[in-house]
Design a protein around this ligand. Structure first.
Ligand SMILES: [Zn+2]
Length: 308
């Protein structure tokens, strides 16, 4: 299938085709003895993921684990549907997200407040998952991939308070979720993802430092794909955060409202990103998952909490 890329080490990248877009949301299958899916994509992506797994030989009884880096709908929206497709799979998530997978009603209500009518087109509706099938992770945790291979989780808040990074003992791959920002393979751009209501600069930088300390061989971005240059990329993640926070802080202390702050930060960061000078489709992809309005709103929300 043309939405599957073999990455070596029995790892397959699956383009989950969020809202029909290519190349914005990745799920990953670690095949091995106990097949494990990392990230489901949205609810509307669930059939796409199921077809991809089938073509890789993973049938309804074969998937051992579904793990999500955090419960935002572009990462975990498909959990309930996929739990239904794979009745033997254990669902693994940080403890701060677990109850929302069992009962997505509050999550969906707040998502609808943010996205309005676009919610159905972009994400669809997250189905609930039986609570008994959910395993909640603490600060660290482990997923058994079979044959002595494990996927170790590390709590990494900052982007979201229910975020974990996951490192594969077999390959050294680190699944970074959104904690290191959004990477665009077409241009090599990297931009932070700092949405409300959880963004916190200190914990976000601590999580990037934790990722460095884990010594990964490769980073696997949910948006989007593998990156081999680990050290340089994580340093850039931290630098991007500081740039966006500094500019937003300037706009905020100058008394600008959100719209003016967004316009100012967008303008002052524009030259950093080749994607915004590329074709409209590439720029749109980049805007969708780490858009300036969401990033600036998240930073202002944090500034107001941190310095009331
Ligand atoms: Zn995301």
């Amino acid at each position: 299938m043309d939405n599957i890329t073999a990455l070596g080490g029995e790892v397959y990248e699956i383009d989950t085709r969020m809202a029909g877009y290519s190349g914005i949301t990745a799920g990953y299958l670690i095949l091995g003895d106990r097949p494990c899916l990392v990230e489901t994509g949205t609810a509307t992506s669930a059939p796409v993921v199921r077809d991809a797994l089938a073509s890789l030989g993973v049938g309804p009884g074969d998937l051992a684990t579904i793990v999500v880096t955090h419960i935002h709908l572009d990462h975990a929206g498909g959990v309930g549907d996929l739990a239904g497709f794979y009745p033997g799979a254990e669902i693994v998530v940080h403890e701060k997200g677990a109850r929302h997978l069992a009962d997505p009603s509050r999550l969906m209500t707040s998502a609808r407040m943010v996205w309005g009518d676009k919610l159905d087109v972009l994400f669809g509706e997250m189905a609930p998952t039986e609570a008994a099938r959910i395993r909640a992770l603490g600060d660290t945790g482990s997923v058994d991939l079979g044959n002595g291979r494990t996927l170790s989780s590390h709590y990494s808040p900052g982007h979201a308070k229910h975020h974990v990074g996951l490192i594969d003992s077999g390959t050294g791959d680190l699944y970074v979720g959104d904690a290191a920002g959004v990477y665009l393979p077409q241009t090599g751009d990297l931009r932070p993802a700092t949405p409300p209501p959880d963004f916190d600069l200190r914990t976000a930088l601590d999580s990037i430092a934790l990722f460095e300390a884990l010594g990964p061989q490769r980073l696997l971005f949910s948006h989007y794909g593998p990156v081999d240059d680990v050290q340089e990329t994580l340093e850039r993640s931290a630098e991007e955060l500081r740039v966006w926070v500094d500019l937003t802080r300037q706009a905020h202390s100058a008394g600008m409202d959100l719209d003016h702050a967004v316009a100012m930060v967008r303008e002052r960061t524009r030259e950093r990103y080749a994607a915004l000078r590329a074709d409209d489709a590439t720029a749109e992809q980049f805007e969708l998952l780490s858009g300036a309005p969401s990033n600036v709103a998240g930073i202002i929300h944090w500034l107001d909490r941190a310095q009331p």
